[in-house]
Design a protein around this ligand. Structure first.
Ligand code: NAD
Length: 299
């Protein structure tokens, strides 16, 4: 299949590589020339604009930081809508608000195109291994149409409901993730200050009721999980500023639904403080630095 892929960051680059490995013909576009170069070496065609990447593509995947990027990449004069031929399908895997996803779907439909939201969970490890979970919002027919493409990048492809519901699922998941990571960081740092070996503490949590993905797979304490960003200076994972964005999406959604989101609000303040202290570009598990006495993230 001919696929256009836009957004070759921590997640998008390995996802596009997996589409190439699955035998698709892939045209890529990113603002970063080094990201483009990596994909070109793996066999992708470098496009000069989102429009160019979308030209001739049956499916276009976008993996961009936030809603404003998705809106501009799709709707600009040199954007995806301008390049798509009749009946192309656009899959947006970025984490954005459901309202923008529904707007994009309406605009796509007006042009005879299809738009589905398909945000992911599984982190950069899942993106590399091709084991992501995709949360798809669209009609049953649209969902069935995109499954074969998404299977090249993920393991669990879940139909959440109509367009926008993939983003609803993702926002609710990341609300829990932001809270559990902050809680795990708080507990790990407290344990350290009270004199227990962090490795022993994590082992107890992971065989007890404190266990979560944040404690087991992605523990924020350096050295506890060798493959976690905390063990490589908090690089190459899910940025603090991206978590801050997602908790902002959850807060906005809670406000519009007139529902409380107490824990999310506290977690949002923690990541905002972390960001203001220079941790915005590092993995969100670096929030633990707020709890550790005089700790730099490298400690
Ligand atoms: P990233 O910042 O590493 O990558 C974003 C990429 O988009 C960058 O390469 C950037 O150059 C590119 N970009 C920005 N504006 C562009 C434009 N106008 N045209 C073309 N390219 C443009 O982000 P990421 O970690 O890959 O995350 C991407 C999305 O996936 C975000 O919405 C994030 O919330 C979500 N997400 C990330 C993770 C993770 O673990 N990193 C996990 C799940 C979901």
């Amino acid at each position: 299949m001919k696929i256009g892929f836009i957004g070759l960051g921590h997640m998008g680059a390995p996802m596009a590589l997996n589409l190439l490995k699955a035998g698709h013909t892939v045209s890529v576009f990113d603002l970063s020339s080094s990201a483009m170069e990596t994909l070109a070496q793996a066999g992708a065609r470098n496009a000069v604009s989102p429009k160019d990447a979308a030209t001739g593509a049956e499916v276009v995947v976008t993996m961009l930081p936030a809603a404003a990027h998705v809106r501009s990449v799709l709707t600009a004069d040199d954007g995806v809508f301008a390049g798509c031929g009749d009946s192309a399908t656009i899959i947006d895997s970025s984490t954005i608000d459901p309202t923008t996803a529904r707007d994009m779907a309406r605009m796509a439909e007006d042009r005879g195109l299809t738009f589905v939201d398909a945000p992911v969970s599984g982190g950069t490890g899942g993106a590399q291994a091709g084991t992501l979970t995709f949360m798809v919002g669209g009609t049953t027919e649209q969902y069935e149409h995109v499954v074969p493409v998404l299977k090249g990048m993920g393991k669990n492809i879940v139909h959440c409901g109509g367009v926008g519901t993939g983003q609803v699922a993702k926002i609710c998941n990341n609300l829990v993730l932001g809270i559990t990571m902050a809680g795990t960081a708080e507990a790990m740092a407290l344990g350290e200050s009270l004199g227990i070996d962090p490795q022993v503490l994590a082992g107890i949590m992971n065989t007890s009721t404190g266990r979560s993905w944040s404690s087991e797979t992605y523990n924020p304490y350096p050295g506890v999980v060798s493959t976690a960003p905390s063990s490589r200076g908090y690089t190459g994972g899910f940025g603090t500023d991206l978590m801050l964005k997602d908790l902002g999406l959850a807060a906005d959604a809670a406000k519009s639904a007139k529902r409380p989101a107490f824990m999310g609000a506290i977690a949002q303040q923690l990541y905002q403080t972390a960001s203001s202290r220079g941790l915005g570009g590092l993995d969100f598990s670096s929030v633990i630095a707020l709890y550790r006495d005089g700790a730099s993230v490298a400690k």
